[in-house]
Ligand binder design. Sequence first.
Ligand code: URA
Length: 251
Amino acid sequence: MDPASPTNRAPAIEAEGKGERMYPLEQAICTCQQCRLAGGRTQAVPGAGNYNAVVMFVGEGPGFEEDRQGRPFVGRSGQFLTEMLNSVGIRREEVYITNVVKCRPPDNRDPLPDELLACSDYLTRQVALINPRIIVTLGRFSMQRWLPGASITKVHGQVRNIGHGRIALAMFHPAAALRNPQWRREFAQDIQILPNLIARASKANEAAARGEALPAGVPHPGDPDYRSDSAKPVTSTAQADSSGDKPAGLL
Ligand code: URA
């Protein structure tokens, strides 16, 4: 038997751990053949970071450098994201980062609806496993998953309750922020609300773990729609931005 296989290397207690459950999911992503993007990838990019993160960042899809390294946001836009996180006192290692599609679209084109759909369940399972309180959507494809029909130029910087004890914060895609000085300023502004959201979410988790009542307005496991071990399956993805005010290309 392969000594690295999940069944062979899992001590009983670790089998309960998130790493043990994430490993087969990452393996499935890395060997996935469910859409045409598999044919063009150097490697899939499942995601990276803290499996116990309170906050999960979800981007669009791997670019050239991510495809080469197998890690999300390691190119120019990743460098910008890291700088922005650091500017508000958050380290990359604290958060979990992934994308709506796990393989690089050719020439960095937008992911197609069938590609988003083929990858959708992987993200559903990652969210269920990590169980973040806060999902930060980076760009419109990620935003559409949780806020279908929204316009990113209108909702960026806003927090929405998305059920399951979670909130979503919509932000511009870092690559778009790098291209547009106004969006760059707005990105820098929007990220400033994160530390406070994280502090509240962490307090909620600690209080929930002690079985205490939680401050009003904080999503918590007492919410009627909170489910800690499953996320609502996504039935449709990549809905068009109904406002029609988005510029062409990546937001
Ligand atoms: N852009 C994305 O959307 N994701 C990455 O991982 C890198 C660049």
